[in-house]
Design a protein around this ligand. Structure first.
Ligand code: PLP
Length: 265
């Protein structure tokens, strides 16, 4: 018998299988960890957009978390779409005496198609209760600007850090230019920068995949920079094997690096 590092995932279900908790489960598994999935919300969604989302009752989520924690060691946590402010607050209470577990927060606000995955109260709850507990948050440019109320990436990241967020990985996938620039901002340190070749186009679930992969690295004991390195390579490999699932964005194939995976046709 053997063990794998355990990654608790609290995220929404995307029935198209492109983003959300399925993306997280696939990434975490491919990177050698065992996922512990807790669904925060169910969405009505295809590969083009999100048309609705219903949050799970926070009491049920608390029961799932407490039940799991009594039985299983949690080595890292990844959050995605959170469903409601009440779920964020419940998770923050669960985490209050588990500060040693690395927490990667993907502050999901909108789907790429424009559909909402968070209301104002949820965004405020993430800022107030979840960000201060995070190892790192992973906003894309649009989310970062909305969270900080500023368009400049550096200033926006500094603002969130001054409000108590320990680290911000500002991802550049939604930008333009031949390279995607991801920048890691931490207090009193120069930003670390990664320049990744832009494949072009948008890929459904790439943000989820990146954040889940970072959590997998942290669960395996990698430091944050190394976990980000590994995660970016994993996302690039998945994007290099884009799957056509529906009429909308292609889905990065998170099984592409697994032994036995057949090349995409
Ligand atoms: N989580 C859920 C449940 C979603 O439906 C989506 C997008 O549609 C996301 C997260 C964010 O997806 P992405 O990784 O493409 O930013």
């Amino acid at each position: 018998m053997y063990q794998r590092p355990h990654v608790l995932i609290v995220a929404g279900l995307d029935p198209s299988g492109g983003a959300g908790i399925q993306a997280d489960i696939q990434a975490v598994t491919a990177l050698g960890c065992h996922p512990l999935p807790v669904v925060s919300c169910l969405t009505v969604q295809d590969t083009c957009n999100v048309y609705g989302a219903d949050a799970i009752a926070p009491e049920l989520i608390v029961r799932q978390l407490e039940c799991l924690a009594a039985d299983v060691q949690i080595h890292a946590i990844k959050t995605g779409a959170m469903g409601s402010a009440a779920i964020v607050e419940a998770l923050a209470r669960f985490l209050a005496d588990r500060r040693e577990i690395p927490l990667v927060v993907d502050p999901v606000i909108k789907a790429a198609g424009g559909g909402d995955l968070a209301d104002d109260a949820l965004v405020e709850a993430m800022k107030q209760y979840l960000f201060p507990l995070a190892d790192v948050i992973t906003p894309n440019g649009i989310e970062l600007a909305q969270l900080a109320g500023l368009d400049d990436i550096g200033q926006a990241a500094e603002t969130l850090i001054s409000q108590g967020c320990p680290a911000v990985l500002a991802t550049g996938g939604h930008g333009t230019g031949p390279k995607i620039i991801n920048q890691l901002f931490r207090p009193a340190q120069n930003a670390s920068r990664w320049a990744i070749i832009r494949r072009g186009g948008e890929y459904h679930g790439s943000g989820c995949t990146l954040a889940a992969s970072i959590a997998a690295g942290r669960a395996k004991g990698l430091d944050l920079d190394t976990a980000i390195d590994e995660a970016q390579r994993f996302v690039a490999t998945a994007i290099d094997s884009p799957m056509k699932v529906g009429r909308g964005q292609p889905v990065p194939d998170r099984a592409a690096s697994l032994p036995g995976a057949t090349p995409a046709q």
